[in-house]
Design a protein around this ligand. Structure first.
Ligand code: COA
Length: 330
């Protein structure tokens, strides 16, 4: 097996212009800014324009990541898009992104569906493909237009979600002990129906009945998901630290999936880390599923929260129910 290291060469992120505040939401459903902030920590979220699809958000983020890496799109030979809101059921959004960026036809392009853990799954896949030596430079993107699958009449879910995209350019590293140190991926497939979109797939194809029933929107058992999210993210974080012989204290920055500030606070408490060690932007974007971690990663890098030599812990949890953690040394 190859031991070639893989590193993040650049990152980028994009959030659509339209801001939907809690105040705006309180005019749509029976809720209040106070309730939403207290239960989730969210103040506002971004909403893509009607003519903006997931690939459009992805392309903005990808261009910035390429610019940050100082690489032209012509060098990319692998595109992976993590999303649960693809432009189409088929083909993949990665192929649409490939075309929009003018990436060569010899590049492999596909999507990963692991919901909020999608970026970590995609990053792990890209790193494995690069460390095999068969691919050189990957564009790994998490992008979502969740506003297209949110039921704006359901106050129990609509407060949580938003749109956005984040991207990373990944390539082979030259120094062992840097880059992606490892990942821990898993899934709890027995609990698929705690968080899912019931219709639109092969089990219940789209029909007038499924549309009328609102079955193309996200359905969630919030309380159960909350408890599992805390437990599983804590375990995923502990497992990977243990695998690499690190203590939580040696982590420069934790970038958790941005679902709910109370979930982040609880994980910080269980890991016995000050919450200041966690990057938080859920207040500005809500939960952007697969885009959440790469947006946070890009913002953390750009504001100087990640320094050379630091170890960053990524940890996520999402529909599936999937989970994942990753350690990166910069
Ligand atoms: C959705 C979530 C914020 C709800 O918070 P909660 O504390 O669990 O609240 P509950 O659903 O138990 O609802 C408590 C009460 O508030 C009400 N309520 C629910 N949504 C409300 C809203 N937006 N505004 C005002 N009241 C609301 C409920 O009807 C309920 O009232 P009742 O006690 O009279 O029945 C929370 O469960 C959560 O964040 N879950 C995890 C979601 C998540 O992270 N999903 C993605 C994972 S990747």
């Amino acid at each position: 097996m190859s031991t070639r290291s893989t590193v993040i060469l650049g990152t980028g992120s994009y959030a659509p212009k339209q801001i939907l505040t809690n105040e705006d939401l309180s005019k749509m459903v029976d809720t209040s800014d106070e309730w939403i902030r207290a239960r989730s920590g969210i103040r506002e979220r971004r909403i893509a324009a009607p003519d903006e699809a997931t690939s459009d958000l992805a392309v903005h983020a990808a261009r910035l990541a390429l610019e940050d890496a100082g690489l032209p799109a012509s060098e990319i030979d692998l595109v992976i898009v993590a999303t649960i809101t693809p432009d189409y059921p088929m083909p993949s959004t990665a192929c649409v992104v490939q075309s929009k960026l003018g990436i060569k036809s010899s590049a492999a392009c596909f999507d990963v569906n692991a919901a909020c853990s999608g970026f970590i799954y995609a990053l792990d896949t890209a790193c494995a493909m690069i460390s095999s030596g068969r691919y050189k430079k990957a564009l790994v993107i998490g992008a979502e237009k969740l506003s297209s699958v949110v039921n704006w009449k359901d106050r129990g879910t609509c407060l949580l979600f938003g749109d956005g995209a984040g991207a990373a350019v990944v390539g082979a590293g030259h120094q062992s002990g840097t880059g992606l140190l490892g990942t821990r991926l898993g899934a709890l497939g027995d609990d698929t129906e705690l968080l899912f979109i019931p219709a639109g797939g092969s089990r219940t194809p789209a029909s007038a009945k499924s549309v009328a029933a609102g079955d193309h929107f996200i359905k969630m058992k919030g309380k159960e998901v909350f408890k599992l999210a805390v437990r599983v993210m804590e375990e995923a974080a502990r497992d990977i630290l243990e695998q690499h012989g690190l203590s939580a204290n040696q982590i420069g920055l934790v970038i958790p999936h941005q679902a709910n500030l109370r979930i982040i606070d609880a994980i910080a408490q269980y890991l016995e880390l000050p919450v200041e060690r966690f990057f938080v932007n859920v207040d500005r974007y809500g939960n952007t599923s697969a885009a959440s971690i790469p947006i946070a990663l890009d913002e953390a890098r750009r504001v100087g929260r990640i320094k050379r030599g630091d170890v960053t812990l990524l940890v996520a949890f999402g529909a599936g129910l999937t989970y994942g953690s990753a350690l990166i040394r910069w």
